[in-house]
Design a protein around this ligand. Structure first.
Ligand code: UD1
Ligand code: CA
Length: 457
């Protein structure tokens, strides 16, 4: 597709979204819908992609991390006017121009490649991607003559009652011969129901010049669905999610209930991993083989090795090693690293801490800003007191140390290698290697106290 350039139209406001956010930035499976369109073009082999922006132009430009060229359409005077804005960038360019819309996120690279291929093969001046739909309301209709060749496109608002019965619609995706496109654009006028410069008018002009219009009819009209409101946004999300899950299943991942599993597009999962229901895996996540994730877990931007289990837990921006167990009911917060064979059990919160290989934090603990060595046992109810009201401080625990239950480790504090902290201690001073630290009042026992007390009454 070396001689094809794309122009992606994304300047419209998207009024029906009722949103402060530009329409093309609304997310579908973890990415702005514009990203999906750009990605489809790139995967179809198009290396030069020009995006026309207008409404919220700067916001859009900042939000999209892609190697595209940006063109601003100051006033939204119609799709034809939008394409014209890319004209100066393309002067002297010989070849195809693929026109796409930023609000059709379900379009696939295969469809685009097929459109370009058909265009090149037929020698037409433009090839339109069309679809036959049950409800053509709002779409431009494809006008064919008695021989079946395309004469033009009429917009819904400009159509006669007879034309409104046509159910073959313009998807808004075309492959143009670049020269025909730009010479046609010079001829269009806004003399229509919407007072806009319609890109669709270029087709009739091309026809009048004696050139031909090709069509490719798409089987699955869902793929070219334009997103105009939140209902369609949810519909597109469901369709794309289904695709993502299917790809993962084909790659060897078991997804117990695809209707109840939410995985973003930039997630990779190794074979023989099992994803249990109610699980959300979002952002850039990388999960190795043989893992068990869920039920009811949420992972965002997490890296997980192989053979690890995360159940009923929330994990964000963290790295989890191999053969690690997390949960049920754990909360792993950003900046955490759990090395291989770590066990984090129920009702444990860990923040910005490194837990060394084979260490265990099995129940009811808060570990924040800590560096824990290998094979450490952190007893139930242990708290790292990392915040004194103004500053955060660090707790460092050496290898094979044992922290008794219900201990408070008041940071900054170091617990040496193989040291033991007795249960219930509030540790405020460093504990040297191999030492026992007990910080609690001596136990007092009064024999027979209960009986004496009862007799008095
Ligand atoms: C357009 C087509 C219609 C087709 C439909 C498919 C025209 C005149 N009509 O109609 O035949 O059936 O798409 O979805 O082309 N845009 C700009 N600048 C503008 C106007 C629009 O960048 O000045 C962008 C929008 O952001 C959007 C795309 O162009 O991404 C389509 O515009 P929209 O207003 O949605 O066109 P439709 O009325 O849907
Ligand atoms: Ca539209």
């Amino acid at each position: 597709m070396g001689n094809t350039v794309s122009i992606i139209l994304a300047a419209g406001k998207g009024t029906r979204m009722k949103s402060q956010i530009p329409k093309v930035l609304h997310n579908i499976c973890g990415q702005p819908m514009l990203c999906h369109v750009i990605r489809a073009a790139e995967k179809a082999g198009i290396s030069r992609n020009i995006v026309v922006i207008g409404h919220g132009a700067e916001t859009v430009r900042k939000a999209i991390d892609a190697g595209v060229e940006w063109v601003k359409q100051e006033e939204q005077l119609g799709t034809g006017h939008a394409v014209m804005q890319a004209g100066p960038l393309l002067s002297g360019v010989n070849g195809n121009v693929l026109v796409l819309c930023g609000d059709t996120p379900l379009i696939t690279p295969d469809t685009l490649a097929g459109l370009i291929e058909s265009h090149d093969r037929s020698g037409a001046s433009v090839t339109v991607l069309t679809a036959v739909v049950d409800d053509p309301k709002g779409y431009g209709r494809i006008l064919r003559n008695e021989n079946g060749s395309v004469e033009g496109i009429v917009e819904h608002k400009d159509a006669s009652s007879e034309q409104l019965n046509i159910n073959e619609i313009n998807t808004g995706i075309y492959c143009f011969n670049g020269q025909s496109l730009f010479s046609g654009l010079r001829e269009i006028s806004p003399a229509n129901a919407q007072g806009e410069f319609y890109l669709t008018d270029v087709l009739a002009i091309i026809r009048k010049m004696g050139n031909s219009i090709g069509t490719v009819r798409i089987g699955d009209s869902l793929e070219v669905m334009g997103i105009n409101d939140r209902v369609q946004l949810a519909e597109a999300e469901r369709a794309l999610r289904h695709r993502v899950l299917e790809e993962l299943m084909v790659e060897g991942v078991t997804i117990i209930d695809p209707h109840n599993t939410y995985i973003d597009r930039d997630v990779s999962i190794g074979p023989d991993s099992i994803i249990y229901p109610g699980t959300i895996i979002e952002g850039r996540c990388q999960i190795g083989p043989n893992c068990r994730i869920g039920p009811y877990s949420r992972l965002s931007h997490v890296e997980v090795g192989h053979d690890s289990t995360i159940h009923n837990s929330v994990v964000a921006e963290s790295v989890i090693g191999n053969s690690v167990t997390v949960g049920p009911f754990a909360y792993i917060r950003p900046g955490t690293v759990l090395r291989d064979d770590v066990k984090v059990g129920d009702f444990v919160e860990i923040k910005k801490s490194v837990i060394g290989q084979g260490s265990k934090v099995p129940h009811l603990s808060y570990v924040g800003d800590a560096e824990i060595g290998e094979q450490v046992n952190v007893g139930a109810g242990t708290i790292t007191c990392n915040y004194d009201g103004s500053r955060k401080s660090k707790t460092v625990i050496g290898d094979k140390a044992f922290i008794g239950s219900n201990s408070n480790l008041v940071a900054p504090v170091n617990i040496g290698r193989e040291a033991i902290v007795g249960a219930g201690s509030t540790v405020t001073k460093n504990v040297p290697e191999g030492a026992l630290c007990v910080e609690r009042s001596k136990q007092v026992v009064y024999p027979g106290w209960v009986a004496r007390k009862t007799k008095k009454k």
